[in-house]
Design a protein around this ligand. Structure first.
Ligand code: ASP
Ligand code: MG
Length: 416
């Protein structure tokens, strides 16, 4: 009978971010929300992040004893943050008289590959999670962590609890995966920059993936990738109250018809320029092979046709990779016979995203015209089927986002 009972109840995965469990009072509020969801007739599996800035503090702590903390020990250290929050939250739920149990990533059998600090989930058995659900318990799982195929504790990269939640939702065939946080949903632009920005009611995976990887920080982009691959419906919403949030799902004809869905901006990239490289075959290959070998992820690339057989080549990398890239610059300069390598940290990337671009022309033209009217110089451009990104001066990033938001009328509710 119990088993029957378990099968019949809808299952909801709720993920709470670090700011939602930052202190005891917030944890008690989260406990109330979980209990309300349970009382409404659902089975509930919860994924938690570390409390507040715990992960940042743990990283600082490691840096205070060594400049190069070994990745294995970093994973041992960083995984402890989520272990604290899962246990405290479970106690808060039990204190209210409800049956709950916490499980670490390894106990939940979240299996990953062996790459420490950026492990990928390869399998989820979740035997224990299912057993505990069958006992009608609320199950609290530590986000951001797993166990590798060589039985080592791993973490999933910053923001990785989102990915834990999506993967569990898929493995447990949950009805919905709720990502609960301190913002009411996904916005058309960062509301701290554009006060008129609107919360979207829905957005499709493809658009969300572009926005997340272009700098919208509401979701880890890998979690969106995973949700898209397995068709897990996501809802991003407030942690302290039940609100409609933003639904992220497969593209549907009934979705609000818009040309541009949202604007993201990213100020965490640096532009490197290799000056006066010989304009001949093999040069780009030599430069980008070097960077790839050292694990530097290159984002945008532009080559200016120079004069007399020379060209300038610029590319952007994440701020976290500045040191690595600068260290390679000398080698690159010698190998390709360039004059010098310079870097510019004063840049921002602004991206506009929307599936409507697939079938409509003139979007790029409108972007360029809008920026020109603001006298904002475009340093680099890249496009995909549903996205246009430009690199501009960092000091003008906010102006650019505001102007584009107004130009595409994102402040107005779209026609359905
Ligand atoms: N605590 C980890 C971080 O700060 C994982 C997460 O919050 O999702 O990145
Ligand atoms: Mg997060």
């Amino acid at each position: 009978y119990r088993r029957f009972h378990f099968i019949m109840k809808p299952l909801v995965v709720m993920k709470f971010g670090g700011s939602s469990v930052a202190d005891a009072e917030k944890i008690r509020k989260v406990a109330d929300r979980i209990i309300a969801k349970k009382e409404a007739g659902n089975n509930v599996v919860v994924v938690v992040s570390a409390m507040g800035d715990t992960t940042d503090h743990l990283i600082e702590m490691a840096k205070s004893v060594t400049e190069n903390p070994p990745d294995r020990e970093m994973d041992m250290l960083l995984s402890s943050g989520e272990v604290i929050s899962m246990a405290i939250l479970t106690m808060a739920i039990q204190e209210r008289g409800y049956d709950a149990i916490s499980l670490t990533g390894p106990q939940a059998e979240i299996i990953t590959d062996t790459s420490h600090r950026r492990a990928r989930i390869t399998d989820i058995k979740a035997t224990r999670v299912k057993e505990e659900i069958a006992k009608d318990r609320i199950v609290i799982v530590a986000g951001f962590q797993g166990i590798s195929s060589d039985h080592e504790v791993t973490t999933l990269g910053r923001g990785g609890s989102d990915t834990t939640a999506v993967a569990l939702a898929y493995a447990l065939k949950a009805n919905v995966c709720e990502i609960l946080t301190d913002v009411p949903g996904v916005f058309t632009a960062d509301p701290r920059i554009v006060p008129e920005a609107r919360k979207m009611n829905e957005i499709c995976y493809e658009e969300m993936l572009e926005l997340a990887s272009m700098g919208a920080k509401v979701l880890q982009s890998r979690s969106v990738e995973l949700a898209s691959k397995y068709g897990v419906v996501l809802k991003v919403g407030l942690s302290h109250e039940d609100s409609p949030g933003t639904i992220i799902k497969e593209e549907e004809v009934s979705m609000e018809q818009v040309l541009v869905r949202g604007i993201a901006h990213n100020t965490d990239e640096v532009k490197f320029t290799v000056h006066r490289v010989p304009d001949k075959p093999g040069v780009a290959a030599a430069i980008f092979t070097k960077l790839a070998e050292k694990g530097v992820n290159v984002d945008m690339i532009i080559q200016n046709i120079g004069q007399e057989g020379y060209a300038n080549l610029s590319f952007t990398v994440a701020t976290g990779d500045i040191a690595k890239t600068a260290a390679l610059a000398d080698m690159i300069k010698k190998e390709v016979g360039a004059e010098r390598v310079t870097s510019d940290e004063n840049i921002a990337k602004v991206s506009i995203v929307g599936i409507g671009m697939r079938s409509h022309t003139g979007v790029a033209e409108k972007v360029f015209r809008t920026l020109a009217e603001q006298e904002i110089n475009i340093e680099m451009i890249s496009t995909s089927e549903i996205k246009i990104s430009v690199v501009i001066n960092k000091d003008r990033a906010a102006d650019a986002v505001r102007a584009l938001h107004a130009a595409f009328e994102l402040d107005k509710a779209p026609a359905v």
